[in-house]
Write a protein that binds this ligand. Structure first.
Ligand SMILES: *Cc1c(COP(=O)(O)O)cnc(C)c1O
Length: 374
C-alpha cells in the first residue's frame, strides 16, 4: 500500500522559482534591501490599484500592523473586540496597554454582533476592533452608526479579507483603518507581510513614520515608532504573487463549490452560508459539526487526522479563554454563548489552490462516512 502524502488545512501558493530569479538579480545589483526601496514602492502602488484602495502602507506582518494602527489613532482605555479570531487581534490591544472588552458574535457571520456592542460601551471605550472572519464582511454600516453615535474609532482586522468586495467596493474602505495579513497561510502571501489601509494621505504618512522608528527625516523623530518595514525581498515576491492571485482565487472558489455540493445533505454538517452583497475569497472552508452529526467535532478532527488530513479548529479556543484574557469580566463564556458554541463545533477543511478535486472528494467522503448509522 502506498502512503498518501498528508493534506494540511492550507499550503502556500508559490510561483515558479525561475520567475523569481530576475527580481533577486535586481536586488543583488542595487544593494537596496529595505527602507522603502523600489520593490516596496512598486508593491504599494500595485496593491492599491489591485484592491481599489487609495492609501496602503506595507508592513512586516499584520500583527505589527495592528499594533501600529492602534498607535496611529492614539487608542487608549477600553476597546470592544471579538473573542472569535486569531490571538493577534487581542494581543495588539495588550501591546498598547488597552483593555479588551469582548462582545459575542453573530451566529451566521461569526463576526462581532453589532446588536450587542452598545451594552458593552463605557466612558473608557475609545474604539471597536472588529474582524472580517473568514473574509466575510462585518455589518459595517451598523458598526459605523454605533461608532458615530459614541464617537469611537473603528479598526478592522482584515487579515482574512484580501480582495473581498462589499456592495461593489473594497471592504477595506470601511472603518478608520484596516489591516491585511500576507502571512504564508493567507490567500495572498509575501512569506511574511501585511499592510494598513488608510483613508487619506496624511494618515498614511503618520503610519509610514510609525513603522520606521518615528523618523520623518535624517534628524527628526516624531514618535516612539517601531520597525515594521517590509523588506525588498518580500515586496518583490509580492509583486510576482500578485500576477497569479486571481487564478488562485478562482481555484479556491471551485474547491469551495465542490465541498458545498458534496456536503449539502450530510445531517449535522453545516457549511458557512454564501454571504450577501459580498464576493468571497474562500480563504477558509469552515463547517459546523452539530449534534445531529452523531460524533463530536473533536472526534471527526481526530478521525481525519488518522487519515492524514490535518484540519484546523479555527477558532478554538476562543481568545477570551487564553490565560492573559480569561480574568476579564467580558471573557466569561456566559457573556459569549454564540462564540463558545461555534468554537466547539467549527472545523476548517483543507482549501488551497493546489488541492485537487479528487482530494476534495476524498475528504468529503470521509466526512460523510463518519456519521453514526441509526
Ligand atoms: C493571521 C492573522 C493575524 C496575524 O497576521 P500576521 O501577518 O501573521 O501577523 C491577525 N489576525 C487574524 C484574524 C489572522 O488570521
Amino acid at each position: 500500500m502506498t502512503q498518501r502524502p498528508p493534506i494540511y488545512v492550507t499550503r502556500p501558493h508559490m510561483p515558479p522559482l525561475e520567475d523569481f530569479v530576475p527580481y533577486l538579480e535586481q536586488i543583488w545589483e542595487s544593494r537596496i534591501l529595505t527602507n522603502g526601496g523600489h520593490f516596496h514602492q512598486a508593491l504599494e502602488k500595485a496593491l492599491s490599484e489591485h484592491l481599489g484602495v487609495p492609501h496602503l502602507s506595507l508592513f512586516t506582518n499584520a500583527t505589527i500592523g495592528l499594533v501600529t494602527a492602534l498607535q496611529a489613532l492614539r487608542i487608549n482605555g477600553e476597546v470592544i473586540t471579538t473573542p472569535y479570531s486569531f490571538v493577534a487581534t487581542a494581543h495588539s490591544l495588550l501591546w498598547n496597554g488597552v483593555k479588551p472588552v469582548f462582545v459575542d458574535v453573530d451566529e451566521r457571520s461569526f463576526n462581532i454582533d453589532p446588536a450587542k456592542i452598545e451594552a458593552a460601551i463605557t466612558p473608557q471605550t475609545t474604539a471597536i476592533l472588529a474582524v472580517h472572519v473568514y473574509g466575510r464582511p462585518c455589518e459595517v454600516e451598523a458598526i459605523e452608526r454605533i461608532a458615530d453615535n459614541y464617537n469611537l474609532k473603528v479598526i478592522y482586522d482584515a487579515a482574512h479579507a484580501f480582495g473581498v468586495r462589499h456592495k461593489g467596493a473594497s471592504v477595506l474602505r470601511h472603518g478608520d483603518l484596516s489591516v491585511l495579513s500576507f502571512h504564508a497561510t493567507k490567500v495572498f502571501n509575501t512569506f511574511e507581510g501585511g499592510a494598513i489601509i488608510a483613508p487619506d494621505a496624511k494618515t498614511k504618512h503618520r503610519i509610514d513614520h510609525l513603522k520606521n522608528f518615528g523618523f520623518v527625516d535624517e534628524t527628526i523623530v516624531v514618535a516612539a515608532g517601531i520597525n515594521g518595514k517590509m523588506s525588498e525581498i518580500c515586496a518583490a515576491f509580492g509583486l510576482l504573487q500578485l500576477k497569479g492571485v486571481d487564478e488562485a482565487l478562482a481555484r479556491r472558489a471551485a474547491i469551495a463549490a465542490r465541498y458545498r455540493e458534496l456536503l449539502a445533505d450530510v445531517p449535522g454538517i453545516a457549511c458557512a452560508e454564501a454571504w450577501p452583497d459580498a464576493t468571497q475569497n474562500d480563504a477558509y472552508f469552515p463547517i459546523l459539526v452539530g449534534p445531529a452529526y452523531g460524533i463530536a467535532r473533536d472526534a471527526l478532527y481526530a478521525k481525519l487526522r488518522a487519515e492524514g488530513i490535518f484540519t484546523r479548529r479555527y477558532f478554538y479556543p476562543l481568545i477570551s479563554d487564553f490565560p492573559m484574557y480569561r480574568g476579564l469580566p467580558s471573557a466569561a463564556r456566559a457573556n459569549l454563548p454564540v462564540a463558545a458554541r461555534v468554537a466547539d463545533q467549527v472545523l476548517c477543511l483543507p482549501i488551497y489552490p493546489d488541492l485537487t478535486l479528487e482530494q476534495v472528494e476524498r475528504i468529503a467522503a470521509l466526512v460523510r462516512g463518519q456519521q453514526r448509522t441509526p
